[in-house]
Design a protein around this ligand. Structure first.
Ligand SMILES: [Zn+2]
Length: 82
């Protein structure tokens, strides 16, 4: 039920591999069954890779906020069990 919140909350730590094994498994499990969060995860991963490969622009907190807003908006439109 609250999997989306958790996945969004920890997406950065997940990408950076800073989570405990248990939490990582929970996020991974959620990403598998939730397309919205998987999209967000893919987006963040690609963004991070782009930055790591020489990009000069750092993602600000606004980006994270808009991503979160987008996710919440999509959740309203679809699967309430997400
Ligand atoms: Zn989700």
């Amino acid at each position: 039920m609250s999997g989306c919140n958790e996945a969004v909350e920890y997406v950065y730590q997940y990408i950076d591999d800073e989570l405990t094994t248990t939490r990582k498994a929970r996020i991974k499990w959620h990403l598998k069954r939730c397309g919205h969060c998987m999209d967000a995860f893919t987006f963040e991963t690609e963004l991070k890779e782009r930055i790591a490969s020489g990009g000069k622009t750092e993602p600000g907190p606004e980006l994270f906020d808009s991503l979160r807003a987008l996710l919440q908006q999509e959740r309203k439109n679809e699967d309430p069990d997400c």
